[in-house]
Write a protein that binds this ligand. Structure first.
Ligand code: FES
Length: 148
């Protein structure tokens, strides 16, 4: 099947039921998207389909169709993505870093729809992305810095 990933047309030979997460990681080598729980709870596998955050572990690759897939490897094509990445570095957000790709994809979708988010907006948009190192305070600060 054909997929559009980070602005490129890509041919993928995968079982239709394969979760998008595994097609990205195991077939295409895009290993920035992480496996956390595999059950839709943690958000580590977050990618965007047509700009909306989705769980890669819960999305069969055959369900993607012509939607544009954005992964962490393509995030810097977005102006908001670049601002967020700069803020992430400036504020030293990650601890172990494992969840951060998913956090950034969720944050970029938030800023595109809500360029000046309140704390409540941030909490609502980011509540599905868990961080076991509890970097939530720095994530919120970095989103605000990117939005400033
Ligand atoms: Fe997909 Fe946890 S790995 S939500």
């Amino acid at each position: 099947m054909k997929l559009n990933i980070n602005g490129k047309a890509v041919e993928v030979n995968a079982d239709p039921d394969m979760p998008l997460l595994w097609a990205l990681r195991d077939i295409l080598g895009l290993t920035g998207t992480k496996f956390g729980c595999g059950a839709g709870f943690c958000g580590a596998c977050t990618v965007q389909l047509d700009g909306e955050p989705v769980r890669g572990c819960q999305t069969p690759v055959s369900a993607v169709g012509t939607a544009k897939i954005t992964t962490i490897e393509g995030l810097s094509a977005s102006a908001w993505g670049r601002k967020l990445q700069d803020a992430w570095v400036a504020l030293d957000v990650p601890q172990c870093g494992y969840c951060q790709a998913g956090q950034l994809l969720a944050a970029e979708a938030l800023l595109r729809s809500t360029p000046k988010p309140t704390d409540a907006d941030i909490d609502a948009a980011m509540s599905g992305n868990l961080c076991r190192c509890a970097t939530y305070t720095r994530i919120r600060a970095a989103i605000k810095q990117a939005a400033a």
